[in-house]
Ligand binder design. Structure first.
Ligand code: CDP
Length: 231
């Protein structure tokens, strides 16, 4: 049977800013699967916490967040005109705001909190019920879908990742320095790998993709080859 008809779950985990979402979106388009950006969910909760002034000096007011978190609803829509996936918080478009460096600087902190993770994982499973899903994140192949048919673990050199993210944010008009981005990338790697709750780990059965020297087209070809090997 053709892979598009098999409705598999494809899990892509890895370090921040290494192009997981680029390859996940390209692949989803190519094989007509649904793309789900789990990081966007943690970013929405972060934005919500920031707007409610629940984060101060790298500390989150977890009690207040626990009381308020059920007020947040997260949804995604594909914008055909702009040809992009967009994220909504309680019905409001927040796609650009959740990608700012301000949110990136706080998101890994929010992602360490167990009740936040439990809620996001439940939502990720709910949205994937029908299968035919490509999801990217940090714990997709280890925690969310340990039985995913294909698991990829992506990484790239820190400098390559920092430069990619720098270009992306500059193009969006954010006034940031490469040094600040590099620090953010390193700090998020550290927090993601060392937290107690679902730390970033390669699943035993995940295949490693280091894309430091690959173009988006080359990494897509690589992943399509891996997919064709799935039985
Ligand atoms: O796009 P980028 O790789 O920079 O990050 P993201 O996928 O938008 O995720 C933002 C942050 O959310 C990560 O640095 C992690 O701290 C957290 N995250 C997580 O803990 N678990 C996931 N499944 C996805 C993201």
């Amino acid at each position: 049977m053709d892979i598009s008809e098999q409705k598999l779950i494809i899990a892509i985990d890895g370090h921040s800013s290494c192009g997981k979402s680029t390859v996940a979106k390209d692949l989803a388009k190519k094989i007509n699967y649904t793309y789900i950006d789990s990081g966007a969910m943690y970013r929405v909760i972060t934005l919500f916490a920031m707007r409610n002034k629940l984060i101060e000096n790298d500390k989150v007011d977890e009690n207040k967040l626990a009381h308020l978190i059920d007020q947040v609803s997260i949804s995604f829509k594909f914008n055909k005109e702009l040809q992009r996936h967009e994220t909504f918080m309680n019905g409001d478009l927040v796609e650009d705001e959740i990608r700012t460096l301000k949110v990136s600087n706080n998101v890994s902190l929010i992602a360490t909190i167990k009740f936040v993770r439990d809620k996001m994982v439940a939502l990720q499973r709910e949205l994937s019920k029908a299968g035919g899903v490509i999801m990217d994140g940090r714990d997709i192949g280890t925690v969310v879908f340990p039985n995913a048919e294909l698991k990829i673990f992506m990484t790239a050199d820190v400098e390559v990742r920092a430069i990619r993210r720098y270009k992306e944010l500059k193009e969006k008009g954010e006034n940031i320095s490469l040094d600040d981005i590099r620090e953010n990338v390193k700090k998020r790697d550290y927090i993601d790998e060392n937290r107690d709750e679902s730390p970033l780990r390669k699943a035993k059965d995940a295949i490693i993709l280091n894309n430091s020297n690959l173009t988006p087209a080359e990494q897509l070809d690589w992943i399509v080859e891996r997919m064709n090997e799935v039985k």
